[in-house]
Write a protein that binds this ligand. Structure first.
Ligand code: PEP
Length: 242
């Protein structure tokens, strides 16, 4: 198993000034510390070159929040995986529940994007997760494993899967530890040993150590708490100690 991965998803937040200040503070915290985890930041597309420059020597990886499945062409508003790689990205988040709901992305599209990302040398972070109604109806595992089967790329080398219960994203609510453990066990059985499994949904400094200590949790995908360098760093430290 590779190192624990702590990935920050900034969503549609941040601007040039914030990115520069964030990078300076995080790089300062990171300097000289031997961390037992990989740190990854996924800002909005236009901030990628700014963070790439500001984090050049900081051992903090960069990722994007989406890509197109084609390498180029008439796809207004989209960005190719090749361009992301050229800009210094190592990862790309795909199939986040906000893209599934805001843009109608389905499993087949997510799989096509994930395969394009791998072809460009990027590691896709494929997101899966049940709604509250699906969990209440006892269908959480069926839904999540169904999403995994239909949206994962064929090749599992260099693949990350993020389990993000939709009802836990940005709400301050998290599943019980045993529910996370049960889902990650099921994902491990389906995905295999070489796929890294992240948990995402209201992870913060106060709960990170406990979540990251759960079996088959190989890291975290962090939204809100990744916008504050101090909080993101505390989660990284918890991961390093896990
Ligand atoms: C996310 O949207 O990927 C996420 C985990 O958000 P938050 O940490 O804010 O719940």
């Amino acid at each position: 198993m590779t190192q624990t991965l702590i990935a920050g998803n900034w969503k549609m937040n941040g601007d040039k000034a914030m990115a520069k200040a964030f990078a300076a503070e995080l790089a300062g915290l990171r300097e000289g510390v031997s961390l037992g985890c990989t740190l990854l930041l996924c800002p909005p597309f236009p901030l990628l070159p700014i963070l790439a420059e500001a984090l050049r020597n900081a051992q903090i990886a960069l990722g994007a929040q989406d890509c197109h499945f084609a390498t180029s062409g008439a796809h207004t508003g989209d960005v190719s995986a090749e361009l992301l790689a050229e800009l210094g990205c190592s990862h790309v988040i795909l199939g986040h529940s906000e893209r599934r709901s805001d843009h109608g992305e389905d499993d087949a599209l997510v799989r096509a994007k994930a395969e394009a990302a791998q072809a460009a040398g990027l590691t896709p972070i494929v997101c899966v997760g049940e709604s509250e109604a699906q969990r209440d109806g006892g269908r959480a595992q069926e839904v999540v494993l169904g999403q995994l089967a239909a949206s994962r790329p064929q090749a599992t080398g260099g693949l990350v899967v993020a389990y993000e219960p939709v009802w836990a994203i940005g709400t301050g609510r998290t599943p019980e530890a045993e529910d996370i453990a049960e889902m990650h066990d099921a994902l491990r059985r389906e995905a295999g040993e070489e796929v890294a499994l992240l948990y995402g949904g209201s992870m913060k400094p106060g709960n990170a150590a406990a979540i990251l200590a759960i079996d088959n949790v190989d890291g975290g995908l962090i939204g809100g708490a990744s916008l504050k360098p101090g909080d993101f760093w505390e989660i990284a430290r918890a991961a390093g100690a896990a």
